[in-house]
Design a protein. Structure first.
Length: 157
């Protein structure tokens, strides 16, 4: 191998290692821990945050001391619904007490609907079992079969 080509190969290997090292350094700085908003509030109370940047739906900042093996930066989502930031018109502008009252009211409605549906299914269990048996026996039911099967149910209601 030519001595000049060998010299250039070492430069190339050194440059490649330097680029890899810089990439790892950059990647380490870009690691961000996603934390719940409540955890952010607790870290703020405990003085565990260094800098805080507040945006419309997110809060970014740095921990004063990185957590055990964790990144130094964090991101907290403020108002989210199913993991998606809420639009400004959907943000919560009411107290925790009001939220609890609405949760209780919704729970009552859902529980009532569940109990009603369960009661109907239990009341018509024999009818449902007969239908399941017919499907297992025949595999396919046509409209006439369903009409004949449903007739006693509509007269009972």
């Amino acid at each position: 191998m030519n001595k000049q080509a060998q010299f250039n190969l070492w430069y190339f290997l050194f440059a490649l290692m330097a680029v890899k090292w810089l990439h790892e350094l950059w990647e380490a700085r870009q690691q961000v821990e996603h934390i719940p908003y409540s955890e952010f509030q607790q870290a703020l109370k405990n003085g565990e945050t260094d800098t805080v940047d507040v945006f419309s739906n997110t809060i970014r900042g740095n921990f004063t001391q990185p957590r055990a093996g964790g990144p130094k930066q964090y991101v907290a989502e403020r108002s989210t619904f199913l993991g998606v930031p809420m639009a400004p018109e959907m943000r919560r502008d009411f107290s925790e007490e009001t939220a609890q009252e609405s949760d209780c009211a919704v729970r009552e409605i859902v529980t009532g609907a569940f109990e009603k549906a369960t009661g109907i299914l239990e009341q018509r269990r024999d009818w449902l079992e007969r239908g399941a048996k017919q499907v297992l026996e025949r595999e396919t039911l046509v409209e006439e079969d369903l009409t004949a099967f449903r007739a006693p149910l509509s007269t009972a209601a």
